[in-house]
Design a protein around this ligand. Sequence first.
Ligand code: AQP
Length: 361
Amino acid sequence: MSSAKTTASANTEFPNRVFSGVQPSGAITLGNYLGAIRNFVRLQDEMECIYCVVDLHAITVWQDPAELANQTREITAAYLASGIDPKRSIIFNQSMVSAHAELGWLFSCVARMGWMNRMTQFKDKAGKNREKVALGLFAYPALMAADILAYKATHVPVGDDQKQHLELTRDIAAKFNYDFCGEDQPGYFPITEPIIQGSATRVMSLRDGSKKMSKSDPSDMSRINLTDDADAIALKIRKAKTDPEVLPGGEALSEDGQGLSDTLRSERPEAANLLSIYAAMSDQSLAQVIEAKQGHSFADFKKDLTEVVVERFSPISAEMQRLMDDKAEVDAVLRDGAERAAAIAEPILRGAYDRVGLLKP
Ligand code: AQP
């Protein structure tokens, strides 16, 4: 795990700046909240933050055009309702700032096919359908690198599933610097640090502890959405897959006592998942949760878990509802954010064009 405060940065020449995003590819989930948005909110106190609704990424798989704009507004509403302050941080949607697509093309010419071929998310999403998926799904990590580097962002808070894409972003920045900056140090782009923090950096499906919780999972019972009401949350947690044993004791902790043991994760993935969610949502360490809950039945534990999730999400979902009823407020935030984002990205894009030798008088 890395932290903005503790990472020895190769980026001392670049001012600290955070960039991250969420795709408007469906209802926002507990996984997105714990892996990403919660950290987005916290980081506002530490450095300049830019948070994007990455709609160009969403269309790498089919999105209903009649729904997409509202999905974009819903992710924006989730940002605002969770505590991202649009005055302090920049909030906008990706398609409004053309520098993303333009720099994405440059990076498609920097990234190597061999690097892209190793991306496990593409393999997971394409599955057996490799020949029929969009070219954009394959190129996605080059666009993601452009999202980040269009702002020379030094830190990117993400869930564990995005770690490999972040490594690719670092490779693209290093290759661009090598190819186009020669001996000039520190190069044109920073080598960005991921921030993967919290007790639940990879929240798993409620129906299958070996699968990531995802917006696009066909089963709504596999995930908790930020917009779910208390009854829906209670039902989903009650029906969540578990095992016949009671909750484990101290042997379930990893050697350093900070995380869960690999044995628990591999042999009882559903128990590991629910314990991690509980710890993260109740702001406790895994050790505290295990000490308090060992020997409890899943039936009792699920009631406690429901309580903490409902308590945390009720005000967020009420505020999201208010914002979704006032689209003008959401659209104004996006417009203002896009202007501020473009003002940062345009000169950086121009500098990249210049280094590559593209004429933009
Ligand atoms: N299950 C998860 N646990 C922890 N973090 C997660 N994230 C996503 N799922 C989990 C983090 O949320 C941020 C936004 O993700 P995204 O919208 O860019 O795309 P994704 O990673 O592909 O998320 P989904 O929900 O699975 O979307 P779909 O179904 O459209 O692919 C990222 O920081 C991600 O790590």
